[in-house]
Design a protein around this ligand. Structure first.
Ligand code: ZN
Length: 542
């Protein structure tokens, strides 16, 4: 029986047990996201208010992209208000649909499995049917694969429908709100972006507005449109709508500017022979630190984003590079709700007393900066020119993420010695570094970040730099930690400089292990929330 027939009456809908739903909900700690608006002009506050309205439409639009039945189901959940239903409704809102994103989209309302292609294709469409339609209509092949079309069945045939037609009732309203916002702002760079983006919503040509986004220079950092393609698990073709409304954190941006002035010195200080150093990489990916006022759509479903790198359009990347945006208040919320409970459980007293958000966040920033240091384009022994990415293949991301973590600490220490950062924070830096590792390991060591962290953890244990003390808690040896950081940095940088695939493979095999100490620590963390559920009280102050 088709699902929507069951759905007509809320009471006949198959539901997962309430204990399960409440347990899943508890994995997302609710948190009120705060943002200081004192430096934001009255006009920009009005701009934000308009954009919040537009973003609420993005929420509805994305819900519809996930599945065409979602809107009805949401209404029916809202209509039948009861204490028990409120948990189902709340989880539905977190997941943007009746499927649990933390458990491979297992349904918690109804029995229907989530279509692989979400709502972008007819739910019963097979890959064969899609491929056949493309072959039969070669002139439409590009439209079938476009990021900005949905596939519909009309008269028994598959046809690509552009987003601005398929979602016309939403995008015309969103476009109008963006135009209104563009008229209000005094910030010329934002005005340009918003008006170009307003047009793009009506044409699905995002190029000019993506270019304008790279030049945003005021107090607001706004992203709104269809971007990532991960919601389409069938082909990864179709882009999901999302929005980030943020204010720029000028204090952190100044810190980054100060650090940028030392990039060449940091490259020179890398613990490898000079011949492997790379002084002309430039900063192709500027970093901006912001605070989130409101988020909507794709990015708000399931796990919250702490950093993103956009745009995805390669033509824009070639012309202007890309921009890395880091969401500081989201990072702080995760630190308080998901990170502090971890260190409370596993760290020994002294490092525990010294962890701090500042050390943690500065390391995150230095991690990002460190991606831009060290070998990129390389020359092999036989004289051939290549890149680290090409040579290390599928092992690249694990080695590179590990390198960025380790160099993050190595460079923080360097900048402390130079007087750029407070040298008094060195103990806090190592404490926060050790404490943060379990958060990544908890999510699995086969993914690049978790794998990279497992390598660091085991390397430092082998060197005696990290150890379990008499009380069974984790701590570090002040005399051994920096030499271990330095030698690990050297190992990773040499693997990259030589494009040494076999070396990378051996290194990963040896160190990316789930050890008994790790397992033991992870098992103690079951009660800790997986992520946060942001509430946006700032919206009421606009
Ligand atoms: Zn990274």
């Amino acid at each position: 029986m088709p699902f929507f027939v069951l759905c007509k009456s809320e009471n006949t809908l198959q539901k997962a047990p309430i204990e399960y739903v409440e347990g899943e909900l508890a994995k997302f700690a609710p948190v009120e996201l705060d943002v200081d608006l004192s430096l934001i002009s009255e006009n920009d506050k009005n701009v934000l208010a308009k954009l919040v309205d537009a973003s609420r439409l993005i929420d509805e639009l994305f819900l519809n992209q996930v599945d065409a039945e979602n809107g009805k189901m949401l209404q029916s959940l809202q209509a039948s208000a009861s204490t028990e239903n409120s948990a189902y409704l709340e989880l539905f809102k977190v997941m943007f649909g009746p499927w649990n994103r933390l458990e491979h989209d297992k349904p918690f309302l109804g029995e229907r499995n989530k279509p692989l292609g979400a709502g972008f294709y007819p739910p019963d469409m097979t890959k064969e049917e899609f491929e056949r339609a493309k072959t039969e209509n070669p002139d439409l092949a590009e439209a079938f694969e476009s990021e900005f079309t949905v596939i519909r069945r009309q008269g028994g045939k598959l046809v690509p429908v552009p987003y601005h037609q398929a979602y016309s009732s939403y995008v015309t309203k969103i476009s109008a709100l963006l135009k209104e916002a563009a008229e209000i702002t005094d910030d010329a760079s934002l005005e340009k972006y918003l008006s170009l983006r307003a047009d793009a919503f009506l044409t699905d040509d995002y190029f000019d507005s993506d270019m304008a986004w790279m030049d945003l220079a005021g107090d607001l950092e706004i992203v709104i449109g269809p971007y990532e393609v991960y919601e389409d698990n069938l082909y990864n073709y179709k882009a999901a709508y999302e929005a980030f409304l943020c204010t720029v954190d000028h204090e952190e941006s100044q810190k980054l500017d100060k650090v940028s002035a030392y990039l060449n010195e940091m490259e020179g200080n890398l613990p490898i022979p000079d011949e492997y150093k790379n002084f002309n990489r430039g900063l192709s990916s500027p970093i901006k630190v912001v605070n989130e006022v409101f988020a909507a759509g794709d990015t708000k479903s399931g796990i919250q984003t702490t950093a993103f790198n956009l745009p995805n359009d390669e033509r824009v990347r070639e012309a202007k590079g890309s921009k890395k945006v880091m969401l500081k208040n989201i990072a702080r919320a995760k630190f308080e709700k998901c990170w502090i409970p971890i260190v409370n459980t596993v760290l020994a007293d002294k490092p525990l007393q010294n962890v701090s958000f500042d050390s943690y966040f500065t390391h995150v920033l230095m991690h990002e900066m460190s991606h831009g240091l060290g070998p990129g384009n390389i020359v092999l022994k036989d004289g051939s020119k290549t890149t680290v990415v090409k040579e290390l293949k599928e092992l690249y991301s694990t080695i590179e993420e590990c390198k960025a973590d380790v160099l993050g600490i190595y460079n923080m220490k360097f900048l402390m010695d130079k007087g750029v950062f407070d040298k008094g924070q060195e103990y806090s830096m190592y404490s926060s570094y050790l404490g943060g590792m379990l958060r990544s390991i908890r999510f699995g060591i086969n993914e690049a970040h978790g794998g990279g962290v497992a390598i660091q953890w085991n390397y430092y244990f082998e060197k005696g730099a990290f150890y379990v003390d008499g009380s069974g808690k984790l701590t570090f040896d002040e005399n051994k930690i920096f030499p271990a950081v330095t030698s690990l940095a050297r190992e990773l940088l040499l693997i990259e400089a030589r494009g040494d695939y076999d070396g990378a493979n051996n290194f990963i095999q040896r160190y990316r292990q789930m050890t008994p100490e790790m397992k033991d620590a992870v098992e103690k963390l079951e009660h800790v929330p997986t992520d946060i559920r942001p509430i946006f009280p700032v919206v009421d102050r606009l």
